[in-house]
Design a protein around this ligand. Structure first.
Ligand code: AMP
Length: 637
């Protein structure tokens, strides 16, 4: 039974837990929930306004921030105080963004090119995380205002191609906005969820998610099996979108009227007006039937106040045919990306079962047709393409809230994770394809007497020797109190949280000393590399088994030699001359065997030495018990 609570501040009834879904977009952001009555996802909006909140932050002369439509008004008139596209800066250094520095009309700090970028507004400095947090705060407030209940938990979406630094930055922005970010979800995964895809446990599907927004384009190929979404490939262009359509329309109009672009450079107000008209014309063409519609935008019926008499000379006309001709090269580029994404996933168009359309620009009929023609199937476009990602995030949030017990959304680790053990062997703690979040612990011990530290080296990959795998991190567990080899108990835990971040903790249980490290297993690893690592493990499987067996035999042999040597120096008095000679011979034989690549020989010689020394151990034990009974310490030193 669902729990019901009463909000003591507002008196309203509330569900035990409201988790919102947030699409933190480059151009627009929005917040969605599952409607308590209809159980359907809805995007939240205030009265008749749009559900979209422009991802824009404006700072006034006192440094006060405003967000959304209010901030958007200053885009052209106060470009230096009006920050748009902060998402493009998330987790980036100046070096990463300098190629596109001209794109930003505000000041992106370039003094330290390696560290994370900051934006300067007046004499204040803001990180992209802070800027995003202003947008998230606005969405949080919107949700609280509409739902009349505090909102502290959210699922936030990010592009599938975001790396770990960018995901972490998004999570931090949430925290700064007072939100506990329960999960970061890939945008294409969320869009698929909004269409109900992946919600049946037995469903197996390949989905292409085509996302053309205002300023960015990406396509992702997803594979769903057993409720698990796997991103097979992504492709796209982070500087291609509906804004480029608008620019082409403006250029076309200027050309038609024999004007140069200088006119716009010199008049910001006029430039903004024409940009808005161009966007409006584009949107109208999307809703009207395809052929030769003439859009008579002239001075008379322009809704905006025009201060420039120059405008009266303009003749704004655009037919669907002309518009389509203008944008065809851009559409072609997106189709090439689709083709490349399929190639990277090792698939053809025939393998794709479903196509999901995301982003406002997919409303353009020519875009829809091109995508549908390319894949040879109709596209899914019934859900509002501006809202579909946020709606999917709300579906995910509802599942996390436990309101939808039928589904459990899981991700998997594409490669095994483990530790280096003696002889350079890979000891796998979390096998590949494990569902995450997950936690595994295992105990290790020391190899040498009095060993005060233990090196914990974390590797990723499928090969038996760590040298053939990928090293993720390394740290030393120090402060282990001096104990004989084999006595300390070091428990190593591997925890992968829901965002795929691995936390490795090592703790010596007797003394309690502990150390941990966080790693991001997929950081800097492309799908191709993952695939290559998997292929290598198959190609080398036989060699690897043999190598592992040899290394294990060697480690055991070396250990026995060490123990025997130590025993002989301490307990020489317990052994006869004859026994000493036989032991020395067996040790020599084993030592020689260890230099060879013959596992069977090493094992045979180890066993021989074991046979010879076994009675000594019993003798030593008796002697120790005798000494102990006399009240002395059995550990000697
Ligand atoms: P998004 O980034 O997904 O919010 O997409 C915003 C982009 O979609 C902007 O470039 C809008 O101009 C564009 N857009 C919104 N509605 C339409 C429409 N009806 N037809 C064409 N483009 C649209």
């Amino acid at each position: 039974m669902a729990k019901i609570g009463i909000n003591i501040v507002t008196g309203s009834l509330q569900q035990a837990e409201l988790i919102v879904g947030i699409d933190l977009g480059t151009t627009n952001s929005l917040v969605a929930i599952i409607h308590p009555d209809t159980k359907k996802p809805i995007a939240l909006k205030e009265h008749d306004s749009s559900s979209l909140v422009p991802s824009i932050v404006h700072f006034d002369s006192y440094g006060n921030a405003s967000v959304g439509e209010v901030a958007k008004q200053y885009l052209e008139t106060e470009p230096q105080n009006t920050i748009f596209s902060a998402k493009r800066l998330m987790g980036k250094s100046y070096n990463d963004v300098k190629k596109n520095a001209n794109f930003f009309t505000y000041k992106v700090i370039d003094d330290n090119t390696e560290s994370l970028v900051k934006v300067q507004v007046g004499n204040q400095f803001f990180s992209p995380i802070e800027l995003s947090s202003f947008i998230l705060k606005e969405l949080k407030q919107r949700a609280e205002h509409i739902m009349k209940t505090p909102v502290t938990k959210a699922v936030i979406t990010v592009p599938a191609y975001f790396n770990d630094a960018q995901r972490q930055a998004t999570r931090d922005a949430g925290k700064l906005a007072g939100l506990d970010v329960l999960r970061i979800v890939n945008e294409p995964t969320a869009a698929s969820l909004a269409y109900g895809l992946g919600l049946r446990a037995d469903e197996e599907k390949t989905i292409a998610v085509y996302d053309l927004g205002g300023g960015t384009f990406d396509v992702s190929i997803l594979r769903i099996t057993n409720g698990i979404f796997e991103v097979l490939s992504t492709n796209g262009d982070t500087y291609l979108g509906g804004d480029d359509f608008d620019r082409l329309i403006i250029q076309y109009w200027l050309q038609q009227n024999g004007l140069s672009e200088e006119v716009l450079h010199n008049n910001k107000q006029l430039s903004q007006t024409i940009r808005l008209i161009a966007e409006d014309a584009k949107k109208q063409l999307s809703n009207l039937s395809i052929t030769n519609y003439e859009l008579p935008i002239t001075n008379d019926d322009v809704r905006f106040s025009l201060h420039d008499s120059l405008l009266a000379k303009f003749n704004f006309q655009l037919s669907t045919a002309d518009f389509n001709k203008l944008i065809q090269p851009l559409i072609d580029r997106t189709i090439t990306s689709c083709s490349d994404a399929l190639k990277d996933a090792g698939l053809t168009t025939a393998d794709v079962d479903t196509i999901v359309m995301v982003g406002g620009s997919t409303r353009v009929p020519a875009v829809k047709n091109a995508v549908s023609n390319f894949f040879g199937k109709p596209v899914n476009d019934t859900v509002n393409p501006d809202e579909v990602v946020a709606l999917g995030a709300a579906v995910q949030a509802d599942i996390l809230a436990g309101n939808n017990k039928d589904f459990l959304l899981l991700d998997i680790t594409p490669l095994s994770l483990g530790l280096e053990t003696m002889g350079g062997l890979m000891d796998v703690l979390i096998p590949r394809n494990s569902k995450i979040p997950t936690k595994v612990g295992r105990q290790y011990t020391t190899y040498v007497d009095g060993q005060g530290s233990m090196r914990i080296s974390v590797f990723q990959g499928e090969r038996d020797m760590v040298k053939d795998n990928r090293k993720l991190a390394e740290f030393n567990l120090t402060g282990i109190p001096g104990m004989p080899a084999g006595l300390p108990k070091v428990e190593v835990n591997f925890l992968i949280n829901a965002d795929g971040i691995l936390v490795v903790t090592a703790k010596e249980l007797r003394s309690g000393v502990q150390q941990s490290i966080e790693v991001k297993p997929q950081y800097g690893l492309s799908d191709d590399q993952v695939e290559k690592m998997l292929m290598d493990s198959i190609t080398h499987a036989k060699d690897d088994i043999q190598t592992r067996a040899l290394v294990e035999a060697r480690t055991e042999g070396e250990q026995l030699l060490g123990v025997t040597e130590k025993f002989l120096t301490k307990n020489a008095g317990l052994i006869t001359q004859e026994e000493m000679i036989v032991t020395a011979q067996a040790m020599q034989a084993l030592q020689l065997a260890l230099t060879m690549e013959d596992k069977n020989l090493i094992q045979a010689k180890t066993e021989e030495l074991n046979e010879v020394t076994r009675p000594f151990a019993e003798r030593a034990m008796d002697a120790a018990i005798n000494t102990a009974m006399k009240g002395q310490n059995i550990l000697g030193n």
